[in-house]
Design a protein around this ligand. Structure first.
Ligand SMILES: [Zn+2]
Ligand SMILES: [Zn+2]
Length: 360
């Protein structure tokens, strides 16, 4: 609504750009500082929480048992080999003996009885050898089963030791994240408070664009950069502070509106000469050409001017709501014109509108 000189428009646009650029640079700088300062938080490894002496002891035992199993496997192979050969020996001897018995039965003699006994004893001995080899194999196999069980026990013991580290590790990790979040909150919340103070105190300053960039930066730092560090808490903080800011904004807007209406009411009671002095020249010219009364801010013309046309198509010279003089006639040539024009648009003579209300 406010009419400004063209350069002023470009100036404020450039200043907005400048604010955004400075804010972006501040954000980058802030990010660098955050990553260099120890607020980034240290990496926590799970291995820090494992009982290492217990784990090492268990692992040494596991290695010993694995070695024992390997040796045991070799021993079993050797024993089986022995068993096989003694079985073969026994079977050969027995086959020989049976053949011998068959040939012997034809020529039976008493002195051969002693030989039978001798041979049978030899076979018995081989049988014993075989049994012995069998037992060795069985004993070794039993040992393997036992070692395997012990190994399984040790392995589950090891995973238990590793599992025991989970709870303290999770706890430490959460604590670290919370710490980082708190540090960041401690850094960004004051920025937000400083911004609030700037909005309250520095709005009218000519250096406002610079203050504005700081405010943009603090808003970004608080609402965007803080959150990823602790999504759950971050969300709470972001929404609560956001709601508070919105409520504050609403509070101040309502107050400003009430004040504005009060001012307008007071203004309307004053004589028109005084009102004219209070109204800014450029604003008034713009408002009248838009069909709005510069005194009471109400629309006096039902028809808004089309784009490119300077004045609304209306014959109203005074505001229909408050009686304010909107259009007047030039004292020199009698042309009907905006009552705020300083010079007559038709004849170029100073209209004298600044000081006195225009006569009709
Ligand atoms: Zn009016
Ligand atoms: Zn004139």
């Amino acid at each position: 609504m406010k009419a400004v000189r063209r350069p002023l428009f470009w100036y404020s646009l450039a200043m907005w750009l400048l604010s955004i650029v400075i804010a972006a640079l501040l954000i980058q700088l802030g990010g660098l500082i955050m990553s260099d300062v120890p607020t980034a938080g240290k990496r926590i490894a799970k291995s820090e929480f494992v009982n290492s002496t217990q784990l090492e002891a268990t692992e040494t035992e596991i290695e010993t048992l694995k070695d024992a199993l390997r040796n045991n496997k070799n021993d079993i192979e050797d024993a089986r080999f022995l068993l096989n050969s003694s079985t073969l020996d026994y079977q050969n001897q027995r086959a020989n003996f049976e053949n011998w018995i068959k040939t012997r039965s034809a020529t039976e003699s008493s002195n051969q009885n002693a030989q039978v006994i001798e041979r049978v004893e030899a076979i018995e001995l081989l049988k014993l050898e075989e049994r012995k080899a069998q037992r060795t194999v069985e004993a070794l196999e039993q040992e393997a089963v036992k070692t395997n069980r012990a190994l399984q026990d040790l392995q589950s013991q090891r995973s238990q030791i590793l599992n025991d580290a989970n709870a303290p590790y999770e706890k430490a990790r959460k604590f670290e994240v919370l710490k980082v979040f708190m540090l960041r909150l401690a850094l960004t919340l004051p920025l937000l408070l400083i911004s609030g103070w700037m909005i309250l105190k520095k709005r009218g300053s000519s250096y406002w664009p610079i203050y504005r960039s700081f405010i943009l930066f603090s808003l970004f730092a608080f609402f965007v950069e803080l959150v990823p560090y602790l999504p759950s808490y971050g969300g709470y903080v972001r929404y609560i502070v956001g709601i508070l800011l919105a409520l504050l904004f609403a509070h101040f807007s309502i107050k400003a509106m009430t004040r504005y209406l009060q001012n307008k009411k007071n203004e309307e009671k004053r004589p028109e000469t005084e009102k004219r002095k209070l109204i800014e020249y450029e604003t008034a010219v713009k408002k009248i050409s838009d069909g709005v009364c510069p005194s009471c801010d109400r629309q006096f013309s039902a028809k808004k001017p089309r784009k490119g046309e300077g004045q609304p198509e209306t014959n109203v010279d005074f505001c229909v709501h408050c009686g304010f003089c909107l259009f007047s006639k030039c004292t020199n040539c009698g042309e009907r014109e905006n009552s705020f024009y300083k010079f007559c648009g038709a004849c170029g003579v100073p209209s004298g509108n600044e000081a006195t209300p225009a006569d009709v």
